[in-house]
Design a protein around this ligand. Structure first.
Ligand SMILES: Cc1ncc(C[n+]2csc(CCOP(=O)(O)OP(=O)(O)O)c2C)c(N)n1
Ligand SMILES: [Mg+2]
Length: 450
């Protein structure tokens, strides 16, 4: 994989005397600026003489050439940004693109992808049984998680959206930690204050998920700016969906990162939908990658279901971030195979055959083909792993379900370093209230109050 920077010649300027005159008149009319006085006009025409002598336009922010034909840029005429792919039918298509990962790494990728898949099945069903309140699956997008996570330094800071549980899994978030968070029990690091799937881990440099879309994006640009100033050799990766890219925060983040040269990888998971809104109704441009170029950012579009393409692109992007202090945008094309969340029924807005066509392009199946061809995995290992991973998940699940809920006092703590008097008063009132009406408040199910 090669990275070509500054390879775009830029949009040419039309140099047409007639157009200049017309626009000049129109501009003055709209802005009510009087015609220039005679002496000013002299200066003006002298400037025109001078600019017409130079080869290219020297307007601030333009670095292209003049053309003499009035031609618009018509996006439909463009064939679009290509999709980078490495693997086909379990084989690396071009020797130069082989990431040359060792057996242990590739097997870990496969095991984590399948473990995530099994965990998703179990937690999705547990929500349906009323055991947890909410869940979001990652079906079909496992390749974007493991491929990118494997290419990063474990200390690089991650800002996620909510559908990136595999990145945390790769870094070592345990099954117990996943389950405790989804149950919001007394061992949940978020102290039961967040909805399920809103994971976070300071130890694993994974910033806690927040529900409002795209809020993580300006934060990621800011964190990357701090990394640049600290010269710590790390980068930030910011995952977001193509739907979140429609938020104003996305623009602010991309433009700040580009103009301030922040070492951040903006990793867009373009999975075709923002809940029920298909991409056709989300934007008219060439996906999210075209916007990266518009912001002056090094950009690539990749096959997100090809874990090696994801790995190569993220590794190269990281190098650019860290070595050149520059942001990079990756648009990973994939498909959301599951419903948006447990609150959604996607059969209401898409055809089953569309989902099935992407099910067979699953990143898991594609990696399995590769493993088979390498002789690194077989049906025996598959069956053993399936059984083992299911058992591990069910055991962690059972432990989490039995654990008590968090201390109710946590309702009042952590906003301030010390609980201020007005919150202390409310906490005392709460305690007196639940002590008076124990039949209505199952405090025994919670961790003990002080
Ligand atoms: C500011 C804001 N607006 C709306 C929502 C409701 N909402 C939650 S997820 C979602 C769709 C996001 O789609 P996308 O970014 O493509 O991510 P995906 O779910 O496809 O992974 C919407 C509209 C929200 N959480 N925050
Ligand atoms: Mg989406």
């Amino acid at each position: 994989m090669t990275v070509r920077n500054e390879n775009c010649k830029g949009i040419p300027n039309i140099n047409c005397k007639m157009a200049t005159r017309c626009f000049g008149r129109l501009y003055r009319h709209l802005t009510k600026i009087p015609r220039p006085a005679r002496n000013l006009r002299c200066i003006h025409s002298a400037a025109v003489l001078r600019t017409s002598e130079i080869d290219g336009p020297n307007f601030p922010g333009s670095r292209s050439r003049f053309v003499h034909k009035c031609e618009f840029l018509v996006p439909e005429n463009d064939e679009g940004i290509p999709v980078y792919r490495v693997m086909r039918n379990g084989e690396i298509m071009s020797e130069s693109e082989d990431p040359k990962l060792d057996k242990d790494t590739v097997v870990k990728m496969y095991k984590d992808m399948t473990l995530l898949n099994t965990m998703d099945h179990i937690l999705y069903e547990s929500q349906r049984q009323g055991r947890i309140s909410f869940y979001m699956t990652n079906y079909g997008e496992e390749g974007t998680h493991m491929g990118s996570a494997a290419a990063l330094d474990p200390k690089d800071m991650v800002f996620g959206q909510y559908r990136e549980a595999g990145v945390l899994m790769w870094r070592g978030f345990t099954l117990d930690q996943f389950m405790d968070q989804c149950y919001g029990n007394m061992y949940d690091m978020g102290k039961g204050r967040q909805m399920p799937v809103h994971y976070g881990s300071k130890d694993l440099s994974f910033v806690t998920i927040s529900s409002p879309l795209a809020t993580q994006m300006p934060q990621a640009a800011g964190a990357a700016y701090a990394f640049k100033r600290a010269k710590n050799g790390l980068c930030v990766i910011c995952y977001f969906g193509e739907g979140a890219a429609s938020e104003g925060d996305a623009h602010a983040a991309l433009n700040f990162a580009a103009t301030l040269d922040c070492p951040v990888i903006f990793f867009c998971r373009n999975n075709g939908y923002a809940i029920s809104t298909p991409v056709e109704d989300q934007y008219r441009g060439d996906g999210i990658a075209s916007r990266g170029v518009g912001y002056g950012m090094t950009t690539i579009r990749i096959d997100g279901n090809d874990v090696f393409a994801v790995y190569n692109a993220t590794k190269a992007a990281r190098k650019i971030c860290v070595k050149e202090n520059k942001p990079v945008l990756i648009e990973a094309m994939t498909y959301r195979v599951g419903h948006h969340s447990t609150s959604d029924d996607s059969s209401m807005y898409r055809q089953l055959n569309e989902v099935q066509s992407f099910d067979v392009q699953s990143p898991i199946l594609r990696l399995r083909q590769y493993l088979d061809k390498q002789g690194w995995w077989d049906d025996n290992q598959e069956n053993q792993w399936k059984e083992q991973s299911k058992k591990d998940i069910m055991e962690a699940f059972a432990r989490a379900e039995k654990r008590k809920r968090p201390n109710p006092e946590f309702l009042f703590t952590d906003v301030y370093d010390d609980v201020p008097p007005h919150l202390q008063k409310q906490m005392d009132e709460m305690k007196q209230h639940v002590a008076k009406y124990p039949q209505h408040y199952p405090v025994d199910n919670h961790d003990k109050m002080s």
